[in-house]
Design a protein around this ligand. Structure first.
Ligand code: C5P
Length: 229
């Protein structure tokens, strides 16, 4: 099939939110799905800008990559690139909270043996990056992800609505850490039209193909409505 090449912004991986110079808050995201999406997008001839948190995987070849650590750095990179793209695929697992202050020096334990020492870490909420982009979209198609442990479809639909996304990829937790890493995934692609495309035990390359099929279709539909307007 001949495709119209798109400009895609793809994010992946976790963010790291510093506690002090040697510690951070993060999550188990591996960036595997994001890297798979980049490879599939390249295969289809799309121009990709890849914004990634620290994943341990080498940056993909032949793709402009911006490496970031924190949610706020990812936000800055996204905002710079956003106006020029046709679609955003927000696969990054952005930390929802960050320490209110990062200590300038390594925080020391009190050194007292025995007894329960309580140490409080104050957190502030990070901005919702994808929701922020959605409020400023001109023509961009915006796809988010929802990793859910309970009431999966209802939660994914709620996120689709509150973040004003065009589609959301729901992935469901099976094992203790699934679906991070090289596993198959259960879930669904839910569109703002209400359409739900469920999938079971799908390998990540097959999921990447479905995601890109959906994005390509949504961009084509948007093109039709904006040229008709
Ligand atoms: O609310 P939740 O974190 O489950 O939403 C997941 C979706 O929102 C993902 O697409 C993720 O990249 C995005 N997100 C974001 N900014 C945040 C948290 C999540 O863009 N602070």
């Amino acid at each position: 099939m001949r495709r119209h090449p798109l400009r895609l912004l793809i994010t992946a991986g976790p963010t790291r939110e510093p506690i002090d110079p040697v510690r951070f808050l993060s999550n188990y995201s591996t960036g595997v799905l994001g890297h798979t999406l980049v490879a599939e997008a390249q295969r289809r001839g799309h121009a990709v800008l890849f914004i990634t948190g620290p994943t341990g995987s080498p940056p993909p070849r032949g793709v402009k990559t911006v490496a970031v650590e924190t949610a706020l750095q990812m936000q800055a990179a996204l905002e710079r690139a956003f106006p020029a793209v046709d679609a955003v695929i927000m696969a990054a697992a952005v930390a929802d909270f960050r320490p209110a202050r990062a200590a300038a020096q390594k925080i020391k334990r009190s050194g007292v043996a025995g007894g329960l020492k309580l140490w409080r870490l104050e957190l502030v909420e990070n901005p919702d990056l994808v929701a922020g982009l959605a409020t400023r979209r001109t023509r961009q198609v915006i796809m988010g992800f929802a990793l859910e442990t309970s009431r999966a479809l209802a939660n994914a639909r709620a996120k689709l609505r509150t973040k004003q996304l065009d589609a959301i990829v729901l992935t469901q937790m099976r094992g203790p850490r699934a679906p991070f890493g090289d596993t198959t995934v259960d879930g669904a692609i839910v569109k703002s039209s209400g359409a739900v495309q469920p999938f079971r035990r799908l390998a990540k390359p097959a999921l990447a193909r479905r995601i890109l099929d959906t994005v390509e279709r949504l961009v084509a539909q948007r093109g039709k409505t904006s040229s008709a307007a």
